[in-house]
Design a protein around this ligand. Sequence first.
Ligand SMILES: [Zn+2]
Length: 324
Amino acid sequence: MSSAPTCDVSAPVQTEPDETSPASLGCGGDGPLRLMAVHAHPDDESSKGAATMARYVHEGVEVLVCTLTGGERGDILNKAMDRPDVRANLPGIRRAEMAAARDILGVRQKFLGFVDSGLPEGDPLPPLPEGCFALQPLEVAAGPLVKAVREFRPHVILTYDENGGYPHPDHIMTHKVSVEAFEAAADPDRYQDCGEPWQPLKLYYFVTFHRARFTALHQKMIEHGLESVYEERLKAWADEEDEPAGPDHEITTYIPCADYFEIRDQALIAHATQVDPDGGWFACPVEVQREAWPTEDYHLARSVVDTDKPEDDLFAGIREKVRL
Ligand SMILES: [Zn+2]
């Protein structure tokens, strides 16, 4: 494959209407605030930042989820769905699940057309499958996202840190293409066939599964006389203390969104092949979560506007500048 910058990919072409065309979004230079969340697979949007998105949708912000791959190589993680008929049509079923989650969250969503790389397992690790997302040259992998950024014109972009949140090759590649798109989208000399330049103003990393939050959830469950499900996770962290898996990003931004935790959970459940409704995602009652940790948290990785930290709004420093 050529490594020339392009907006097209060799992956199967998506046939859905392009929901990000400027006409359908009405995004001129002014207009509503716009938030883009960049994810690797269908279901990632419901486990990272979902309540934040639901809150901003409720407040009138335009929210677009860009999903880099179709999740074709994901396992079926909910036993009740592990059936031959589901296995035979997993990509189609995951698209339908994504559509249901999208509607529950009230966001727009766009697949960017790459093929899931799968999570390699074994020792030694097997090579990644030919043609998958994580093997694309950066400029090929970033082209469709640069195009989406230039069309949707987000003020804020959310993505993963350099560790990907967890070491899935698609998550790490998602981080790389998000940083590339944030840095290149405003440059008229780059990705010249991907639309008119646009400068996003802030780039955040999700800080979702962190120790302070799980410690608070653990303590609150015990306080309520419940059996904590976080004991093992906290112990594993304590054991790892001397060998951290990667850099910890400071939380710069706490978004209050506890009123939207139920919507987040409904969106997760819509990904029925990936999420067991009786599983760990839902082991801590929502009321306990609200008391223990009522925010979703972020690290402000890049900003071209001034802002005071800690923030409680992804658009801090931006609202003043955008004419609504
Ligand atoms: Zn994923």
